[in-house]
Design a protein. Sequence first.
Length: 89
Amino acid sequence: MAISRQDRRAAREPLVRAAFPDDAGAVLDLLELTELAWHDCYGEVSPPEDVVVDIVTCGQGDMATAVRAARLAVEDFRDLRLWAEDVRG
């Protein structure tokens, strides 16, 4: 069953609002842009949800850091995973 970008955004909203209460809309927009880049690079509609969670985790509530995490996700999601594991402790 296909899930629309709008459905994915709605599903991610609680996670994003909890981590970015003041910038949730912008972070959700960032995740949509990440989907477009992911599709261009990997031919998949969206990054796996664990990559999305890693972006939010690494962002640590800071929009600029979330942007860096999203870029790293597309460049090399394995490096993002290492960063997220470090943040999680």
